[in-house]
Design a protein around this ligand. Structure first.
Ligand code: 4AZ
Length: 258
């Protein structure tokens, strides 16, 4: 997050950290995601590296309820040094959108659904976010959160947040066309003000709106041209556009596992 401030402890309790484990067992933080149900986390398709979808071992785990990432060491599932508020989960299945193309720079269909091996315990620090199922007509502000790169070029150790202004899709289309990138109805543009943006490592996190009482996931951090550059808004996968895809796959996973 560029230009952000530290989130309040327990703010955005759906924020998930996706930890990637390579074939040598080395763990690294890859992306964010967000809890949409006690057993499901949404993230970006580009966060899922195909070489890690291996048949043995768990290439990923998901951490929920995190804030300051340095206060914990062993947060592996079953790890003993995890703070009370943090919950580590193994992943039972990852579904990447069938029309996502790793090689396309357009990042269309940049969405994936993760099912956890068991339901999280809901708490003050771990709660799902509601999905927006229709494009909101007049959004004035969006909110994003994450542990990605900041203006210092390093990823953040604490959960950050920032507000973004909407960026009209037609204007965004024209802007990205210059670079031969196609923006379509499945994408939302937001930001484009100098020094307020999502950045590397924030991918997969939610683009949120609020009605004053509740937050809704309106989009999902997908990509951008640099971070925090004036007139280069971030590009977000539209949640309303994919809400039926998400629901369909949640039902499917559930049905098969019974
Ligand atoms: C990334 O690499 C990334 N400014 C995410 C969002 C943006 C840029 C890069 C948007 O994960």
């Amino acid at each position: 997050i560029v230009g952000g401030t530290e989130a309040v402890l327990g703010e955005y309790p759906w924020m998930a950290r996706i930890i990637h484990k390579n074939k040598y067992g080395h763990k690294s933080y890859g992306c964010a995601g967000f809890l949409i149900h006690p057993k499901y986390v949404a993230t970006a398709a580009h966060c899922i590296k195909s070489d890690s979808i291996q048949t043995r071992g768990e290439p990923y785990s998901v951490l929920l309820g995190e804030h300051n990432v340095t206060t914990l060491i062993d947060c592996s599932p079953g790890g003993t040094f995890c703070a009370e508020k943090t919950q580590a989960k193994r992943i039972s299945k990852v579904i990447v959108h069938e029309n996502y193309s790793k090689t396309s720079k357009n990042h269309h269909n940049d969405i994936a659904l993760i099912s956890l091996n068991s339901a999280v315990r809901l708490s003050e620090y771990v709660q799902p976010i509601c999905l927006l199922d229709e494009e909101a007509p007049e959004v004035k502000k969006y909110y994003i959160s994450g542990w990605g790169k900041t203006e210092t070029e390093q990823s953040s150790k604490v959960k950050l947040r920032v507000d973004l202004v909407p960026y009209e899709r037609e204007r965004c289309k024209d802007q990205f066309q210059v670079l031969d990138l196609e923006i379509n109805e499945s994408q939302i543009c937001a930001g484009g003000e100098k020094s307020k943006d999502s950045c590397n490592g924030d991918s997969g996190g939610p683009l949120m709106i609020t009605n004053g009482t509740h937050h809704f996931a309106s989009g999902l951090v997908s990509y951008g041209v640099g971070c925090g550059m004036q007139n280069w808004p971030g590009v977000y996968t539209s949640v309303p556009y994919y809400v039926n895809w998400i629901k369909k796959h949640m039902v499917e996973i559930n049905t098969r596992s019974r």
